[in-house]
Design a protein around this ligand. Sequence first.
Ligand code: UDP
Ligand code: MG
Length: 315
Amino acid sequence: MKKKISIIVPTYNEEDSLPYLYDRLNVLMNEMKEYDFEILFVNDGSKDNTLELVKQYRENDKRYCYIDFSRNFGKEISMMAGLDYATGDCLIFIDADLQDPPELIPVLVKYWEEGYDDVYARRRSRNGETFLKKFTSKMYYRVLQKLTKIEIQTDTGDFRLLDRRCVNALKKLRETQRNTKSMFSWIGYKKKEVLYDRDARIAGKTKWSYMKLIDLAIDGITSFTTSPLRLATWVAIPTFIILIIYFVYIVIKAVVIQTFVQAYQAIILLILFFSGIQILLFGIIGEYLGRIFKETKHRPLYLINEYNGKKEMNE
Ligand code: UDP
Ligand code: MG
C-alpha cells in the first residue's frame, strides 16, 4: 500500500496563480510516484474564476479535490477545513501563490519518513516583500516569544508537513479565533526545520492588508497567553506605592508645616491618572471578554457550499 500525501491549498481569488501551481504540482506528483496524492483546494469564497479552474482540474484528475466555502472565512479557517477533510497519512499546507515552492515537498517528506511528525519550512530569505512587512513580522515574533513559555518557531509561515497524529491533534483545537501558528507549537511532537528561500508571489495581489495583519497579531497574542491580563497587576502595584507615598507626604506636610495642599491640583492629577489606568485595563479585559463571547456561541467554524461537486447539507 502506498502512503498518501494530502496537500492543502487555501485559495482566495487566485485565478492568476493557479495554472502555475497546477503545473508545478503535476511535475511533483510525477516525480514522487511512490506516493498517492490528494490535492485539496479550499476555495475561501473567491470572487473570481478560482472555483471554475479547480473544478476543471478535478474533471481531468480525481486526485484534485475541492471544498467550496459558502463565503470568505479567512485563511486560518480554510486550513481548519483542510485538516478536517484531508484523508492522507500526512498533510502539507501550501500557499496558492507559489511563495512556498512545491519543489521543497520531497525534502519535507524525506524527514517525515525519518520519523519527524512536524516538518516546517523556515524562510532563509523573503523576496518581493516590503521592508516594513519583514520588519513588523520579525518584531511580532519577538514580542510573542517574550510573552509565552511555549517555544515559537520564528520566520515560519504555514508551509509545513504534519503527520496524521498532528492532524488529529489539531482537529481537536476548535477555537474560533484561530492562530494556527501558535497551535503548531502547542501540540508539540517531534519537529524538524527545513530552510528555504521564500519567493515572491507569482501573480495577483496579496490578500493581507495591514489592518488584517494587526488583527491577526492581536489574536495571536491573546489566544496564546493571558499575560496582558497580568499587566493589570503590574500597573496596579506601583500605582498603590505612589498613592501611599503621596498620602504620607500630604499628612506630614499638613502636620509639620501646617499648610494646606492645593486640593484641586491633586484631584485633577489623580483623576487623570486613575481614569487612564482604568481605560487601559478595561481594554484588556474587553479583549478577553470578546474572545469568551465568540467562543461561547459554539458556532461551526465554517460552512461548506460544495465538496467535490456535492452540495453540502451542513447537518
Ligand atoms: N487566503 C485565503 N483566504 C483569505 C486570504 C488568503 O485562503 O481570506 C490564501 C491565499 O489564497 C493564499 C494564502 O492564503 O493561498 C496566503 O495569502 P497571501 O499570499 O495573500 O498572503 P501573504 O503571502 O501575502 O502573507
Ligand atoms: Mg503570499
